[in-house]
Design a protein around this ligand. Structure first.
Ligand code: TYD
Ligand code: MG
Length: 453
């Protein structure tokens, strides 16, 4: 076999250099050269990525039949939900998460459940086969017919996949694999990119869905090149507070389903258990109302979820007061405090402000604004909010309260869980009364504050 040539390509401009240099000779950027395979002329029919491209033919969109994709259930309802109903043939799913969050456990459980009907393959590069067997025993599934391959060489994994043709394959993890064509160490950007590209190609060729487990960096992004996320069909994040037992899977990108769909699990001593009705999971159990707490009705994918937002406003003892948010967007907090000052006349420049979404959830939607501000106002005044209050709504820079999508569902969920009052954007006010729920429609920040007097 002819030796495959490697070159060094710049991640900024794509310029190629035959050897590594600290500075790209093309765009003068520093530290951007990465080893990659010299792919030669991209038009050659035997080009190594040629099979990735399906045979092309000019067709009219109307003549293309859109088939409903058959889904392979993973056997875990919550996992299926985030995937958009199950795995699709030839799809590549990348799932990232902190160490110890339960990625290996989740995928092993899914494979065990699937192994009853189909041939499944678990490739482990991180643990030995014995360690995986030990975990399977812990999950009460030592008798399952899951094919195990403890391997990190890409060539062998590829040939096993081609020979065995499993119904689904799991690679744990993509950072441990290496391709012999590159000299870089496993886990380096070039290795991760190369291995993922080759596995993606294989999935498309053979129709075997492949789940790649990925590590995340310190700030929570998937480790490796950003192109990894573009290459695969679905990117999922496994998140949650390792100190609590709840784990969330969130779809970040999904070519075969909705994003921001949420799967909820609880980690037990026998693996992960799906939580079918998680709406009350993230409410803390206060017997009495406390200051600085507000429950918000958020919408995650297709399900409404009630989450408690807490705020603590305290006199600052340093010239630059602290603004800290956990589970909520930090920049948005600064913005809300500015709006509160300008349109509500409440000054916080000499106060430290901390906000937290209880239970380790992360809320990205702007409809959290109202609950955040209510919690802050409540903490500042040291006065609990009215009992049984729930809120949602976005707050604009002009101090206006903007509607949130799917308001009805949020309200119904809140009523179901026994909330009495809903402070919501006027545009979200229901036409028909919801039993047991008093609606406080508001249009401006000032109105919100007046209601609390
Ligand atoms: P693991 O799947 O190894 O995490 P990852 O692959 O994301 O690094 O999860 C390991 C954690 O889960 C570990 O801290 C122990 C815990 N665990 C349970 O609590 N119950 C169980 O049944 C299993 C298998 C693991
Ligand atoms: Mg693991």
């Amino acid at each position: 076999m002819a030796k495959i040539k490697t070159v060094f390509a710049c991640t900024e401009c794509g310029g190629v250099s035959p050897k590594w240099l600290g500075q790209c000779p093309h765009c003068t950027a520093w530290n951007t050269l990465e080893e990659s395979l010299d792919s030669g002329s991209s038009t050659a029919p035997d080009h190594r990525y040629a099979p990735l491209a399906p045979t092309s033919q000019l067709r009219s969109l109307a003549s293309v039949e859109a088939l409903e994709l058959p889904r392979l259930s993973t056997g875990l309802t919550e996992f299926d939900r985030v995937l958009g109903g199950g795995l699709v043939a030839g799809a590549v799913v990348l799932i990232g998460g902190d160490p110890g969050i339960g990625k290996s456990t989740l995928l092993l459980q899914a494979l065990v459940a699937m192994s009853a009907q189909a041939k499944v393959l678990y490739v482990t590069g991180e643990e030995s086969a014995e360690q995986v067997a030990l975990r399977a025993r812990r999950l009460g599934a030592s008798g399952a017919s899951v094919d195990l391959l403890a391997e990190i060489r890409l060539d062998i994994i590829r040939s096993t996949l081609t020979e065995q043709k499993p119904a689904v394959a799991v690679i744990d993890s993509i950072q441990t694999l290496y391709s012999a064509d590159l000299t870089a160490a496993p886990g380096s950007v070039s290795q991760v990119r190369e291995c993922a590209a080759q596995l993606t190609r294989l999935a498309k060729q053979t129709g075997v869905p492949i789940v790649l487990i990925g590590h995340v960096t310190k700030d929570g992004a998937l480790a490796g090149p950003r192109v990894l996320e573009h290459m695969v069909d679905t990117v999922l994040y496994f998140e949650g507070d390792t100190h609590s037992s709840f784990r969330l899977i969130r779809a970040f990108k999904n070519r075969f389903g909705a994003v921001n769909e949420l799967g909820v699990f609880a980690m037990t001593d026998r693996g992960l258990r799906g939580v079918a009705n998680p709406s009350a999971l993230f409410l803390s159990q206060h017997t009495n109302q406390v200051a600085g707490s507000c429950v918000m009705a958020t919408q995650e994918g297709t399900r409404p979820l009630l989450v408690e937002i807490q705020a603590l406003v305290d006199t600052a003892h340093v010239p630059n007061p602290r603004r800290l948010s956990v589970g909520l967007e930090g920049n948005r907090l600064a913005m809300l405090l500015a709006v509160l000052n300008r349109h509500g006349g409440v000054k916080t420049y000499d106060q430290d402000v901390f906000v937290n979404a209880v239970g380790g959830v992360r809320i990205t939607e702007p409809a959290a604004d109202m609950a955040v501000l209510l919690a802050i106002i409540s903490s500042l005044r040291d006065k609990p909010l009215p009992e049984g209050l729930v809120a949602f709504g976005e707050i604009g820079l002009a101090g206006e309260v903007r509607p949130a999508p799917r308001g009805q569902e949020r309200l119904k969920e809140a009523a179901k869980l026994g909330f009495k009052i809903a402070m919501i954007p006027k545009a979200n006010a229901p036409k028909q009364a919801i039993e047991g729920l008093e609606i406080w429609p508001v249009e401006r920040l000032q109105e919100m504050m007046d209601k609390l007097r």
